[in-house]
Design a protein around this ligand. Structure first.
Ligand SMILES: Cc1cc2nc3c(=O)[nH]c(=O)nc-3n(C[C@H](O)[C@H](O)[C@H](O)COP(=O)(O)O)c2cc1C
Length: 146
């Protein structure tokens, strides 16, 4: 929302059809991410990018991979003529595995007609915790708005 506001951009949220709850939800999420599964999303968010030429795909890293929600989105979206930047968030301060996630999405984006601009790895916090608005916004500012 911060980035969308600052860029005067449209925010498209990926909302999963099925909620994730508790420990079972956490374990399932990890398993699905490792297996690079895609989840059902509410609506057709990929249709909302028609007519835009710059996209920022933002996702947490789960189990060293992207998320099932983002996997669905990139496998459905038509990126033709679009410049795409991938931004990941994760709890590991060393940002382990982020390059692999960026390159996996790069491959899919390019195979669907897009131009991958860059992958940006940002630090968030542990699952269930909130890193803090200012902490996240400062990193977005430094990496994307300067
Ligand atoms: C199922 C699951 C798996 C995760 N796996 C990783 C991981 O492999 N590496 C990492 O740095 N952080 C991992 N995390 C931490 C998340 O990346 C972090 O909590 C997330 O960026 C917070 O953003 P959110 O509040 O938007 O979910 C994992 C979190 C969850 C829930």
């Amino acid at each position: 929302m911060f980035l969308a506001d600052r860029l005067n951009a449209e925010l498209v949220e990926l909302v999963e059809a099925q909620k994730r709850r508790g420990l079972t939800g956490f374990l399932k999420s990890g398993y699905q991410a490792v297996a690079r599964r895609a989840s059902e999303l509410e609506g057709k968010p990929w249709e909302k990018i028609e007519g835009f030429d710059k996209l920022y795909l933002m996702t947490p890293i789960w189990g060293g991979n992207g998320t099932p929600a983002m996997n669905r989105f990139v496998r459905k979206a038509d990126f033709s003529g679009k410049e795409v930047t991938v931004v990941t968030f994760q709890s590991d301060i060393k940002l382990k595995g982020s390059e692999k996630v960026h390159s996996t999405y790069k491959e899919i984006i390019e195979s669907r007609g897009g131009r991958f601009m860059k992958g940006i790895a940002l630090h968030s916090t542990l699952p269930g915790k909130f890193a803090g608005k200012e902490y996240i916004e400062a990193q977005v500012e430094d990496s994307l708005l300067k």
